[in-house]
Ligand binder design. Structure first.
Ligand SMILES: *Cc1c(COP(=O)(O)O)cnc(C)c1O
Length: 760
């Protein structure tokens, strides 16, 4: 990074007492994640408090990697005499103060993109235009939290001509705070949509925040089409319209109004900075940036071929490392990389061991690909996107997109609702609710989830084989599985005396002590579990067998999603609490009490206790539709029109000639059938899919691998994308057509349907 600051200067900035010798200690880079540190010399570690982990826990690791300067909220357990610890109340705030100071060293345009939607698109598109003439420093994709803002500012360096930042102002007072730190000279206001208002009261509205953020800016850009007089009276407002860019817009050929508006914003601002807008302009679609899919030779491919700059390369390498664990990592770059050589080299060193190939063709040995995680990086002009697709395993044209970023956002919102000390377990049983257990579980672990939960021991063994290290609860183990539970470190639920007895005898045989178990109490569901009246028998065994450690006690609600009558849930919670109290009275140590599932987290917050077991909700679905609106859908199920057919009166469609054409019509053949989970009961008009955002009903019976849908009058072409589940049709809506619940839809998505993982 681009700092050159002494500890003495930093102490002054942070208003800490300083001593003269501090001026001798210079640092030039800020780090906050120990995984990214290779050589710690000259770096300062900010021990930030994360949602799950406190940075203080990583201070020692940073020390071992050579870091000697630390900004902490509390001193770590072991303090070294050759290290300097600056103790502050809030390390994040200290980092922001440093960023604010750094910003003041640059007298260049600082362009900020705000708004609720399309910020990344506008920023990236504008960046691609400005790059023709200027050296840019821009915030990496969607890097727009407080931390991201501070880090992006710290990326400003002396050869930069323009700084380009995107940021979300999503909390009261952030407008003013961000203005103070970033001091933007130019502000672009993108689209403003509904989600924005949630954290704002009438009085503390968005207008005020936005206006606060713009204070001191020379110019504010907004689309001409915005009719609200949001910024009227603000002298520097420049309204951007399509005039002057008409031919470029035609070349872009966007069908979609929002994309068009984003393009106008990018071109208008670039024009303001003196860029000639090319008539044959192309903007790449950002929607699929960092797309991950299965590659040939058992590889996993990350396709990030939209833009190639140091920041995005860094971010992509970081992502690659986080999913690769111990697998080999390969980086494919174009032959001519128009980036500073020393910066590339330092990245390659930072992410070592990494095999890197510079080529515009796919000519690397299969042995390099074998079981590796391959990052293909390039920009719109290079042919790297083609290479990524050559690496792709050819697949069935029906696919499920799993949006891991949405999963992360859902979990973060839940974390915000839950009491701070409540742990979270995420259920990844049944192939992680259809999303694919391997990738989902590894991603959740990376996020810092406390526990994963599965139904069967086999699933737990698989998780361990994938490299998952966090605690795993197995809810329905059988006595035959206990060897595996012990070998693989899986925590079994115990729901009968007989099971406990068997488990203890195996532990004795294996000479294992203090093995964690969870006692399952049946509080009224009448499924697995011991009755509260049986508890005393268990207490005796738990107290007399040192082989056992009662790690948790849990139960399960029968109808926590009943929004009309909470009485049974209350009853279950009371029975559970009483049982826990009895256990606690006779057991000398505390244990984790957990009873809440997804629905209970929302409808019965007092049931959250020591840990919650979240399932459906993290995948973006909730019984409470108001809540569901706030969640991000994780799953999208898409297919593609294989063929279009025009039919005449009297023709019939499909097996048993179930459908008879009454008047001329057009149908589309879609390669999705009941073997994929598109059930046969959806045939003959009961099921709907969306093509081009238009609803199309099924025609005739659903086949094993195909379905026919009515596209009469819709002007649909072969190859068009077919949405089965997505923005037009939620999982809840789709389940309703099937007379079932989202759980069943998700878990009946067939394994044959390829899962694509997307990080936005
Ligand atoms: C599946 C399951 C959960 C998660 O349920 P959701 O309704 O998806 O949140 C929690 N606890 C137990 C015992 C389960 O079987």
């Amino acid at each position: 990074m681009n700092l050159q600051l002494s500890i003495g200067q930093l102490r002054k900035l942070l208003e800490l007492d300083s001593s003269p010798q501090d001026d001798a200690f210079i640092f030039n880079e800020v780090v906050y994640d120990t995984r990214t540190i290779v050589k710690g010399q000259g770096k300062i570690f900010f021990a930030l408090a994360g949602k799950y982990r406190n940075g203080v826990l990583f201070v020692e690791e940073a020390y071992q990697k050579g870091v000697r300067f630390f900004v902490v909220s509390q001193l770590p357990d072991s303090v070294h005499s050759d290290a300097i610890y600056l103790k502050v109340k809030d390390p994040l705030k200290a980092l922001m103060t440093l960023a604010k100071w750094h910003r003041r060293n640059f007298n260049i345009p600082i362009v900020a993109v705000i708004g609720t939607h399309g910020k990344t698109t506008i920023k990236e598109w504008l960046g691609s235009l400005l790059k023709r003439k200027y050296k840019l420093v821009k915030s990496p994709k969607s890097y727009n939290s407080k931390l991201g803002l501070a880090l992006s500012i710290l990326g400003l360096h002396s050869s930069a001509d323009i700084g380009l930042f995107e940021l979300s102002i999503s909390l009261p007072n952030e407008g003013e705070l961000f203005n103070e730190i970033l001091a933007p000279t130019h502000v672009i206001v993108g689209s403003i949509g509904g989600k924005f208002d949630e954290n704002f009261s009438e009085k503390n509205g968005k207008k005020k925040e936005y206006l606060n953020f713009m204070k001191g800016a020379i110019s504010v850009f907004q689309p001409e089409t915005k009719t609200d007089d949001f910024f009227s009276g603000n002298k520097g407002v420049i309204k951007l319209s399509s005039s002057g860019f008409q031919s470029s817009l035609t070349a872009l050929g966007f069908q979609d109004k929002i994309k068009e508006e984003n393009a106008i914003m990018a071109m208008g601002v670039a024009d303001y900075f003196g860029i000639d807008i090319p008539k044959d302009i192309r903007f790449s679609d950002l929607a699929m940036r960092l797309e991950t899919f299965d590659g040939i030779h058992n590889s996993l491919v990350i396709n990030d071929t939209y833009s190639l700059d140091i920041e995005s390369l860094d971010a992509a390498l970081q992502y690659q490392r986080s999913i690769a664990k111990s697998k080999n990592r390969v980086l494919l770059l174009p032959k001519e990389v128009m980036l500073p050589k020393d910066e590339i080299e330092s990245l390659l060193e930072r992410y070592a061991p990494l095999t890197c190939h510079f080529s515009n063709e796919l000519n690397l040995p299969a042995s390099d690909l074998n079981d590796a995680v391959v990052l293909v990086k390039g920009n719109a002009e290079s042919s790297m996107n083609k290479i990524a697709h050559l690496l792709k395993v050819k697949q069935h044209r029906t696919k499920i997109n799993v949006n891991l970023s949405a999963l992360r956002k859902n979990i973060h919102s839940l974390k915000d609702i839950l009491p701070k000390q409540t742990k979270s377990l995420v259920m990844v049983k049944a192939n992680a609710y259809g999303t694919g257990m391997k990738r989902t579980a590894l991603f959740l672990e990376e996020l810092g989830i406390d526990y994963l939960g599965v139904a069967y021991t086999d699933e737990g063994v698989q998780l361990r084989n994938y490299g998952v290290k966090c605690p795993i609860l197995v809810m329905s183990p059988s006595a035959d599985d206990f060897h595996d539970c012990i070998e693989y470190g899986l925590e079994p639920a115990i729901f009968s005396l007989q099971l406990l007895d068997t488990f203890v005898s195996i532990l004795i045989l294996k000479k294992r002590m203090g093995f964690p178990i969870h006692l399952k109490i049946d509080t009224g569901m009448n499924r697995l579990g011991i009755k509260p009246s049986e508890i005393s028998n268990f207490i005796d065994i738990l107290n007399s067998q040192p082989e056992l450690h009662l790690k948790g006690v849990y139960s399960h609600f029968a109808e926590s999603d009943n929004q009309l009558d909470a009485s049974f849930t209350d009853h279950q919670l009371n029975v559970f609490k009483d049982s826990c109290a009895t256990l606690r009275k006779h057991i000398s140590y505390p244990f984790i009490k957990h009873i809440a599932n997804s629905a209970a987290i929302i409808s019965h917050p007092r049931a959250s206790l020591d840990m919650v077991r979240m399932g459906l909700i993290v995948y973006g679905i909730n019984h409470n539709l108001k809540m569901e609106k706030k969640l991000y859908p994780v799953i999208e199920w898409l297919s593609e029109v294989t063929q279009i057919k025009h039919l005449n009166k009297g023709d019939t469609v499909g097996y048993n000639r179930e459908f008879i054409v009454k008047k001329e019509m057009t149908i589309a053949i879609v390669p999705v059938g009941y073997a994929d989970g598109f059930r046969r009961s959806l045939g003959n008009g009961k099921g709907t899919v969306f093509i081009d955002s238009k609803s199309c009903k099924t025609v005739g019976n659903i086949c094993m691998d195909m379905a026919m849908v009515d596209v009469t009058g819709l002007n649909i072409r072969e190859g068009a994308v077919v949405e089965i589940i997505g923005k037009n049709q939620s999982i809840s809506a789709f389940s309703a057509q099937l007379d079932t619940i989202p759980y069943e839809v998700l878990t009946s998505l067939s394994l044959r349907v390829h899962r694509n993982y997307i990080v936005t």
